[in-house]
Design a protein around this ligand. Sequence first.
Ligand code: PHE
Length: 470
Amino acid sequence: METKREQWGTRFGFIMAAAGSAVGLGNIWRFPYLTGANGGGAFILIYLGFIFLIGSTVMLAEFTVGRMTQKAAVGAYKSVSRNWTFAGVMGVLSAFLIMGFYPVVGGWATAYILKSVTGLLSDSAAIGDAFGAFISAPIQPLLWTVLFMLFNIFIVIRGVGKGIEMASKVLMPLLIILLLSVAGYGLTLPGAQEGIRFLFVPDFSAVTGNTFLSALGQAFFSLSLGMGCMVTYGSYLPKDSKLPSSAGVVTVMDTFFAILAGVAIFPALFAFGMEPAVGPGLVFVVVPQIFARMGFIGPVLSLVFFVALMIAALTSSVSLLEVVVAYLMDEKKWQRSKAVIATGLVMLVLCSLASLSLGIWSGWTIPGLGVGFFDFFDILTDKVFLAIGGLFLAVFAGFQLKKEDLYRELTNHGETTFPLFDAWYFLLKFIVPVAIGIVAIFGLLDIEQPVLMITGLVIIGLLALFSKKL
Ligand code: PHE
C-alpha cells in the first residue's frame, strides 16, 4: 500500500527547516575559522560571490527537482534516468560521511554547554589544553556524540511535520536571539572595531587557489547543497508553495548567520588581542578564552553561545539523517522508525572512528592518504563530493530535464511568475558547471592533499559504474 508522501505544514515551517539545515556548524564553527585562516574580508568577498551566483542557483534547482519528482536524493535522479542514479547515491554517501564527523563536533558543543558553567572558564590559560585533552579522550567525547545523536533520532523518527518542522520552528528563532545577544555584547567591547575591520576590509595577500576551493566548498557545505538534502526537503513541498522566493530567503538567512557568527567572535577576539588564524579550535578554545576574560557575564554568554552552536548543529544534522532515511523509505520501502534507527547506528560507528582518530589513533593515518578518519570524512565531502555533486545536479537539471518542465514547476504551472527564469537557467546550465570546473582545476594545482582528491574522484567513478541497482 502506498502511503501519502509527508509534507511541510506551513511555508514558515519549511523555511525554518531549510534554513535550519543550512545554518549549522558550517556557519558558526567553520566559517569563522576559515575566514580567520584566509585573510578575513577577502575570503568573505569570494565566498559571497559563490553563495549568490552559484549557491542560490543550485539551491533553487534542488528545490525544483525535489518537488517535481516528489522523490528524495536517489529517486529524484532515478525517476528521470537510471544513468543518473549514481549522482543520487553519491549524495547518500556524502550524508553518511558528513554524519561521520558532524555529530562528533555536535557532541563537543553539547559538552561545552555544561562545561561553560562548571569551571572551564576559571583558568583561561588551561582552556586550550583542556580542549585537547577532552577531544582526544577515548570515551567522554563519544558519550556526548551519542547524546547528540539521540536528539537527532528523537526528532527525525517523529517525521517531517511533527519532528523536523516543529523542532526547527522553535529552535531557529531561538538561535537568532542567542547569537544576537553574544554579538551585541562583543560589539560593546573597547577595540571591537578592529574585528569589524578584519571581517569587512579585504586583504588579498592571503588569497591562493586553495582559497577559492575552500570558499566554494564552504558555500556548498553551508547551504547544504550538492548531496540531495535540499532535493529531499523540496520533495516535501506542497505544489502551491513558491520556490524562487524560498530559495532566496534561505540563502540570505544562511549568509546572515555566517556573518553574525563572525561578528559574535571577531570583535571580541580583537578586543582581547588574540590571534584570528587558529583553525578548527577557534570556537572551542579562543571563544571560551574570550568569555573567561569577561568576568561574571562570561559563563552566561558562554552557555548561550554553546547552546546556539548545539542548536545550529542539530537542525542541520537532522537534515543529513533525513537524506538517508528518505532514500530508504522511498526506494527500499522501509518504515521510518527502522530507517532512522539503522541509519543512526551506522553513523554512530563512523563517528566513533572519527572521534578516536583525534585521540588514541591520532598517530595513525589511512594508508596512502596521510589523514585520519575525521579529516578524511571532512575533506572528502567538503572539498570534493559537494561541489561535484552540485555540478552533477546543475548538469542534470540543465541538460537532462526539459526547460519547459522546469519553467512549469518553478511557476506552479503558471499560477505565479518568475521573471528571472532565463537568467537562472543560464547560470545553471553554463556558469555553474564552468565555474565549478575552473575552481576544481585551480584547487587541484594548489592542493595540499592530492591523493585524497584523486581518491574522491575514483570513488565517484566507481559509483558511476556500479550503483545502477541502488
Ligand atoms: N549546512 C550545514 C552547516 O552549515 C551542513 C550540511 C551540509 C547540512 C550538507 C546538510 C547537508 O553546518
